[in-house]
Write a protein that binds this ligand. Structure first.
Ligand SMILES: [Cu+2]
Length: 493
């Protein structure tokens, strides 16, 4: 473990001047330091490269209870732009990130070796794990060959998880440069349904990027000039589909960007799940909002289109004022082929969620930052993150309601909790009893001025975990805090 002050200093040096922090903040300037000229995003051909699928990682060994993986974090050259190589940070050289397939009740143990030049911490987002394997912001794997073994009990229901760097003050840049992976946890509840599987179950990571004219990634905190949208690591790719049902698991792995996704013909998709797996019932949606870190699990039936149809997955989210619609408004193209046999179904009932329980503790949290850009600090309840301070003491086993408010008037935030999957009870004072936010969640969006009410039960592990805004730059600027779960009241203040 290294001292916070050292991290802050080094982090600031590595990431350059801290500048524009928010999305949708016209007053804030573009912040990338002047270096090589930018690659003009309009010169990148759209819908000419095929969207790759993540590589499924194979365990190095298996026992009756456990699958063991070995992963090396290292730099690699990826072909992102046509005919060019871009240096990226990867798990095992994979860009887009690799995929671990796990099953509830069966342990996964991952030995991570860090061959990068920066420290890392690997957080499995959405997982219920012991503190020692959570990938806390200061629980670092040393640069240049450090190793750490993470144990994932998978003692939770199926979920759409992902793993990514969480090293405080490094994660924003390291995740931007590629250090992410998919982790799909399944269970018998999900498996016994007849949803699309195999080649028809497709994880897609959405991120944004900015390149210089030599094809290298440009990184600056709070950068508003990331005008190249990547789907599974390719800019505006196409995806060839058969005319049948597909399950599309969308991940927002972007640092800062919010998406609202829709099909270009405006037709409905079935949303079957979110962060923590399936919803109780499928929901017909025509647009899918996705804040950084969130996931949406969709079924799209392409059999309604004639062969040869080309359909675009569009992004209609609120943009920076000068975002070009030709780039930011499009994500990928579906090319519909011939019909194939399809015996998959989307049942009217997908699962039964665990009972909510009765909450005994209520707490309030306010997320805020200086919208003028004059200060580089961000806050939860007026305090910037301090690794040595426990902000919230939770009794083991307690069920609590957390009311979380974004007090900013222009900058959106969101809220992610480690250890638990929570339920969204209310958004803006209105009860959430059905729809896309009615399932198990670990990340929830908070547009300016919005309030959400969340309920979580803190069981399984004692220990200290974080909650934070999942816009990585905001977390780096301090919008993060510690909660500690203990059984012993005397350990709590
Ligand atoms: Cu934020």
């Amino acid at each position: 473990m290294i001292q916070r002050r050292t991290v802050l200093k080094t982090g600031a040096a590595l990431t350059g001047a801290i500048g524009s922090a928010g999305l949708l903040v016209p007053a804030m300037a573009d912040t990338a330091p002047a270096q090589a000229a930018d690659l003009d995003p309009t010169t990148i051909p759209q819908f000419e490269q095929a969207m790759p699928l993540p590589k499924v990682l194979q365990p190095s060994s298996v026992s009756s209870t456990t699958s063991y993986y070995r992963i090396t974090m290292k730099e690699a050259d990826a072909q992102i732009l046509p005919g060019r190589l871009t240096r990226v940070r990867t798990f095992n050289g994979s860009f887009p990130g690799p995929l671990i397939k796990a099953v509830s009740g069966r342990r996964v143990v991952v030995q991570q070796t860090n061959q990068l030049s920066v420290p890392t911490s690997v957080h499995l987002h959405g997982a219920h794990v012991p503190e020692s394997s959570d990938g806390a912001p200061m629980d670092l794997v040393a640069a240049g060959g450090g190793t750490k073994t993470y144990t994932y009990p998978n003692s939770q229901p199926h979920a759409n998880m992902w793993f990514h760097d969480h090293a405080h003050h490094y994660e924003s840049e390291t995740v931007y440069r590629g250090l992410t992976g998919f982790y799909l946890l399944t269970d018998t509840v999900e498996q016994k349904l007849n949803l699309p599987t195999g080649a028809y179950d497709v994880p897609i990571a959405l991120s944004d990027a900015r390149f210089d004219d030599s094809g290298q990634l440009v990184y600056a905190m709070g950068d508003r000039m990331r005008r190249v949208l990547l789907a599974n690591g390719k800019p505006w790719p196409y995806f060839q589909v058969a005319a049948r049902k597909y399950r599309l698991r969308l991940y927002n792995t972007s640092n800062m960007r919010f998406y609202t996704l829709k099909l270009s013909d405006g037709s409905a998709m079935q949303q079957i799940g979110s962060d923590g797996g399936l919803l109780e019932k499928p929901v017909e949606v025509t647009s899918v909002p996705l804040s950084p870190g969130e996931r949406a699990d969709l079924v799209v039936d392409f059999s309604r289109y004639p062969a040869g149809t080309r359909l675009i997955l569009e992004n209609t989210a609120a943009r920076y004022p000068d975002d070009p619609a030709e780039q930011i408004g499009k994500v990928l193209q579906f090319r519909v082929g011939a019909p194939v046999a399809d015996s998959s179904t989307v049942p009217a009932t997908l699962r039964t969620l665990p009972a909510l329980g009765t909450a005994t503790v209520n707490r309030s949290f306010e997320l805020s930052m200086d919208e003028s850009g004059a200060s580089a600090d961000s806050f939860i309840n007026g305090k910037a993150y301090d690794m040595d301070r426990v902000d919230t003491e939770v009794e083991y086993g307690a069920t609590e309601i957390w009311t979380v408010r974004n007090t900013n008037t222009r900058v959106p935030h969101n809220f992610h909790m480690h250890l638990v999957q929570f339920r969204v009870l209310e958004r803006g004072g209105k009860p959430v009893t059905s729809g896309p936010e009615s399932g198990l969640k670990d990340t929830v969006s908070l547009m300016p001025g919005e309030t959400v009410k969340l309920q979580a039960t803190f069981t399984g592990y004692e220990g200290t975990y974080v909650y934070h805004c999942h816009m990585f730059d905001h977390a780096a600027m301090g919008m993060m805090a510690n909660f500690r779960v203990t059984k012993t009241p005397s350990a709590r203040r």
